[in-house]
Design a protein around this ligand. Structure first.
Ligand code: CP
Length: 313
């Protein structure tokens, strides 16, 4: 199957076949990451820019490394020290970058829909690295890659997403992706952090961990967005941790071989206890490594085969 998309804007738009192709393509990319010399010339002559209006450690760095490992040139726009501070619009910033010969723009923005808007303004390919509370497709793809790698499949698994569902783009992309791939998705959190229509996306809604975590194969723990605490959406951090923080007692409710994921950054000891974060069920560090492989796969699929094809070399 050929990948015919210009952009990667969200998992809502992608078919199960396209998602499978991305995950399959990430496998040889991960093999490259295990080599002593990680660089291949597949995307030599192509160029990638990261344009992040919000902070990031994992997503931005892994995209930059993914592009470099495939031989592409990279540039990074630090919005805090760019002409955005002088009032330049997103459209003008993007057009300026494009005129420098960029092939792919990877954007993170606080406004939902910003990557979609950008994709209409520029001929360059656009990858959504997180837009508001809307989608974070590359995070969900690396989560699915990690689950599939460990469990051998996605179809038929019970996957719980635990925490602040309302403000989470990671939750939305995971729900779109996992349901398309045949998993049962449960969302667990306090009513104040649960969007009213979330069941329409195909997720089962639970407010009590005792019900939601029962016999699940995977738990994806979300970062509690401490900035929301100002808005009184839960009584206190301590209360949140008691009711929804993943600890060893709650973990016992799931299947004995449950996998624990977290997209990072982690509020250690708040949404997940240190014993679980550092324990045998957690695959949080592997998610980071798989993030590079999945982003290499996306750049490869979007920019096409180069003169030396990593999949046939
Ligand atoms: N998971 C994630 O998006 O992390 P960063 O904010 O560090 O990119």
């Amino acid at each position: 199957m050929d990948f015919k998309r210009k952009d990667i804007l969200g998992l809502q738009d992608l078919s199960a076949e396209e998602i499978e192709l991305i995950l399959d393509t990430a496998e040889p990319m991960k093999e490259i990451l295990g080599r002593e010399l990680k660089k291949v010339p597949t995307l030599r002559g192509h160029s990638v820019v990261t344009l992040f209006y919000e902070p990031s450690t994992r997503t931005r760095t892994s995209f930059e490394l993914a592009a470099k490992y495939l031989g592409a040139d990279t540039a990074s726009i630090a919005v805090a020290t760019s002409s955005v501070q002088k009032g330049e619009s997103l459209r003008d910033t993007a057009k300026t970058i494009e005129m420098m010969g960029i092939d792919v723009i990877i954007i993170r923005h606080a406004a939902a829909g910003a990557p979609h808007l950008l994709s209409r303004y520029v001929k360059a390919r656009v990858i959504n690295a997180g837009d508001g509370a809307h989608e974070h497709p590359t995070q969900a793809l690396l989560d699915m890659f990690t689950i599939r790698e460990k469990k051998g499949r996605l179809s038929g698994l019970k996957v719980a997403i635990l925490g602040d569902i309302a403000h989470s783009r990671v939750a939305r992309s995971n729900i779109w992706g996992l349901t398309k791939m045949g998993a049962e998705v449960r969302v667990i959190g306090p009513p104040t952090l649960m969007p009213p229509d979330i069941h329409k996306m195909g997720a089962r809604v639970f407010y009590r961990w005792e019900d939601g975590l029962k016999d699940v194969d995977v738990i994806n723990v979300l970062r509690i967005q401490l900035e929301r605490q100002q808005k009184g959406l839960f009584p206190s951090i301590r209360e949140y941790t008691r009711l929804y923080g993943l600890d060893e007692e709650k973990l016992r409710c799931a299947k004995p071989d449950v996998l624990v994921l977290h997209p990072g950054p982690v509020n250690r000891g708040i949404e997940i206890s240190p014993e679980v974060q550092d324990g045998p069920h957690a695959v949080i560090n592997e998610q980071v490594k798989n993030g590079v492989a999945v982003r290499m796969a996306l750049l490869y699929l979007l920019m096409g085969r180069g003169e030396e094809d990593v999949l046939t070399a």
